[in-house]
Design a protein around this ligand. Sequence first.
Ligand code: PGA
Length: 254
Amino acid sequence: MNSPIIIGNWKMNFNASESLVLARLITQSIIQQKIDSVEVIICPSFDALVHVGEILSAARISLGAQDVFWQEKGSYTGEISASMLRAAGCSYVIVGHSERRKYMRETDEDINKKIKTALDSGLVPILCVGETLEERREGHADLVLIRQVIHGLQGIQLKKGDRIIVAYEPVWVIGTGQGIDAESEKRAIQVIRQALIDLQPASQAISQTRIIYGGSVDETNIEDYISLPEVSGALVGTASLTHDSFIRLIKRIA
Ligand code: PGA
């Protein structure tokens, strides 16, 4: 049985020294409380990656980045490559978060290129998919998920050892403290799983791709969200920003 995955996405909330303080607290708690049954991944901002990674390694917490560019090198001002992230100690990278789709106008095509680069460099991409409230109200939620999974992973042949995490994050739930009901979550996860099976041989789609849930996950609801057998963990924003709330959340499932 794989351990559940908990990913803390710190977004643009901390500078490097603030990130170090939080990383130290989380690392200490994981060690002291002997939490080893949960795969914890922390995604700080780029400036904090190297030093946060060094601290996290003491507790075997993995390091992830919040984005990557698809080119390897060159005149791409402001961007960061997959090999740079590897050199900074990352094993994971979030791709296609709804905030990037919204504010940076990232398209499924951009996201597809990022996922390919990430896999080629040995990073595990965390592909975020999810419908907006408008898309849901118009009855298009399933279509949006299918499009984002199929286009995001178009042309990708998973090699032995490659892994992908798909995070279902209903956009209208992120950062709101609202929840999604169990039936809607279940349906969305089934739609995503079927899209994955349509893309890859079924055995690969299941063994190399894990699906997690994200959107206002905290210590009070984590068990409900990951109780579906198909859901392998959670992508956590707000509740990962303080040591206490993050550790309490992890302990609920440890
Ligand atoms: P939230 O963020 O937990 O604050 O809803 C989740 C995310 O954006 O990944």
